[in-house]
Design a protein around this ligand. Structure first.
Ligand SMILES: NC(=O)c1ccc[n+]([C@@H]2O[C@H](COP(=O)([O-])OP(=O)(O)OC[C@H]3O[C@@H](n4cnc5c(N)ncnc54)[C@H](O)[C@@H]3O)[C@@H](O)[C@H]2O)c1
Length: 255
């Protein structure tokens, strides 16, 4: 599928990986609906010009994501929603049992799962229902869904039970979703980023960020958001990529 003249929904588009993906797809001639909880999404959409629209919304809400999908269909001028790059997510850290011997907060665990995992399913189901109505393109293709996992799905650290479980769930959905949606000509992929320079990572102290960068085999630095966007663009344009999660991490394996 080509980027040019097609319409994409980007979630988490106010910041970091989602914001960079929206920029790249607009630069490639695509139209984008940027969806995010944060009101910064409106200012970012404005900088991208007339082929971009902002929709404030929560990825865990059926109504909000339906509104974002509808906005994309409208922006497409009859071609329909061609692709989704779902980047909205949160990071959380909590031990099962803390230093004082208290058990972890169950509501906080459920909140991470609700946003990162249930939110991903919500975006996939509403986007796929819209894409299934598209006219088929080359090879019968109607759409592509790109979810965002994390290397924490595979190499989770202490305190990442919730985050790792939520991202492992995203990895686990890629194949069954791709198999199911194949009859509609819709591909499903996930990207598992390593450590990227985004506002999410800026909460880490400088020293810890430097240590993480030094532990990347090559290149010895954090990933840049546009490197994520370039992989998302490649997935859009390469029809053989389907049902898989790609690590994008410079070879890092967390201890
Ligand atoms: N930065 C990294 O190193 C890294 C590594 C692995 C995975 N990831 C994943 O990549 C994705 C993007 O992360 P980022 O680094 O760009 O973070 P970020 O914090 O810069 O951006 C995340 C965006 O998601 C939005 N968001 C959060 N909850 C939302 C909700 N319920 N509904 C709508 N929007 C919501 C936030 O407002 C924010 O704009 C996340 O899923 C994250 O888990 C990031």
């Amino acid at each position: 599928m080509q980027v040019k003249d097609n319409t994409f929904l980007i979630t988490g588009a106010a910041s970091g990986l989602g914001a960079a993906t929206a920029e790249r797809l607009v630069a490639g001639g695509g139209r984008v609906v940027l969806c995010d909880l944060s009101d910064a999404v409106e200012a970012h959409a404005e900088t991208l010009g007339e082929r971009a629209r902002a929709v404030r919304g929560d990825v865990t809400s059926g109504d909000d994501i339906q509104a974002a999908v509808d906005a994309a269909v409208e922006l497409s001028e009859g071609r329909g929603l061609a692709g989704v790059v779902h980047c909205a997510g949160v990071v959380s850290v909590a031990k099962l049992v803390d230093r004082e011997g208290n058990p972890a907060d169950l509501d906080a665990y459920a909140r991470t799962l609700q946003i990162n995992l249930v939110g991903t399913f919500n975006v996939m189901r509403l986007a796929a229902a819209a894409m299934a109505k598209n006219a088929a393109g080359e090879d019968g293709e109607r759409g592509v869904i790109i979810n965002t996992a994390s290397i924490a799905a595979f190499d989770g650290q202490v305190g990442q039970c919730a985050y790792s479980a939520s991202k492992a769930g995203v990895v686990g959905m890629s194949l069954p979703a791709a198999r199911e949606l194949s009859r509609h000509g819709i591909r499903v992929m996930a990207i598992a980023p390593g450590v990227f320079e985004t506002p999410m990572m800026s909460e880490i102290p400088d020293e810890a960020a430097q240590a993480l960068a030094a532990s990347v085999p090559f290149p010895k630095r954090l990933g840049k958001p546009d490197e994520f966007a370039r992989l998302a663009e490649q997935i859009v344009t390469n029809p053989m990529l389907n049902g898989e999660t790609i690590r994008l991490d410079g070879g890092i394996r967390m201890q």
